[in-house]
Ligand binder design. Sequence first.
Ligand SMILES: C[S@@+](CC[C@H](N)C(=O)[O-])C[C@H]1O[C@@H](n2cnc3c(N)ncnc32)[C@H](O)[C@@H]1O
Length: 338
Amino acid sequence: MKRNFINIIFLVLITTIVTPPPLTFARRTKTTIQNVGFKPLDALHNNPTLKAFIENVLTKRYTNWGLPANLVKYIFATLEKYRNNPEQARQRVYAETIDFETNTDWQEAYNRYKSATKYTTTFSQIEQVLGSLPIGATVVDVGCGNNILGKEIAINNPKISIIGTDTYDYHEEHGLSNLNFLQQSSPFDIPIGEESVDVIILNATLHHVSPEEIGEFLNELSRILKPGGKVILVEDTWSENIPFKTEESDIELTNEFLSLVEQYGEDFAKEYLIFNDWYSNIVVHQWDGMAMPYNFHSMESWQTIFQNQGFTTSETLFFGFLKQTFHKPSVGIIVFTN
Ligand SMILES: C[S@@+](CC[C@H](N)C(=O)[O-])C[C@H]1O[C@@H](n2cnc3c(N)ncnc32)[C@H](O)[C@@H]1O
């Protein structure tokens, strides 16, 4: 009852804002958006089925975490109004619809999600791979972001050393002696010695590496990995023929997504993932220093890319849409051996 009341107040507020709050984009630098054939906002007007699908996914997630059912509709209306200029579109979302940085209902919903589930499913799969590592092993999370996944691993594996690296430094200090952060000076220059790493984790990192740089990036991973070392690739992806693990997934949403990809082709998946990547990283979180080449591939295509660089596939796990997430789209994990 109380929640319903709060939701109504929130909805009234976001729909009746007359004087937009002052915009503060202090952390903004320059975002690199490379040309992959689609622009982020194409997804909302190229194909009405795609727009309806995205709206349905986000609404399902937002209401699940206690946000109003109409919020996505309002956000999309603003984005579409300024669809020819993505930068202006996102600024107008803050001015006309919702300021993600200051809105307390939004912050509370996001924090609930973060503390409850952010890494649950992927984390347990990563833990299974790490379970066989000897005392003193080294794990590197390349593209670690705020280093929260490293924190979970470090707490659960006190005898393993975890290093998070990233080209863009927004890491948080977690005060753990077996967790460190190193900033990379370039996308394919990881400041770690040759053949010294047991496992590399790429958690939603690889779609931020451009197609032109991916070969050099994978060579760099081979350089730091011990022979027989592993790469755990966690990606926003889809699969043409790997069945998804139904016990972990939102079955209805995953089936709908896969049948739409079959009907409209893989561009449907790419356009959706591009929109979602831009919306979550740039519109909601304003992580503007992040490279955004939107390099999305199917599970099968990632395997070909890695195999061409000399890796072999050890395991494939396709989840599709997980049950309890916020902006995470369809995901999969592939474990490669060097
Ligand atoms: C979507 S974020 C994921 C962050 C973190 N792994 C997580 O799951 O919360 C992608 C991250 O990859 C980083 N990144 C992109 N290209 C990179 C590269 N070539 N080397 C290292 N980090 C990279 C970005 O700066 C960003 O922090």
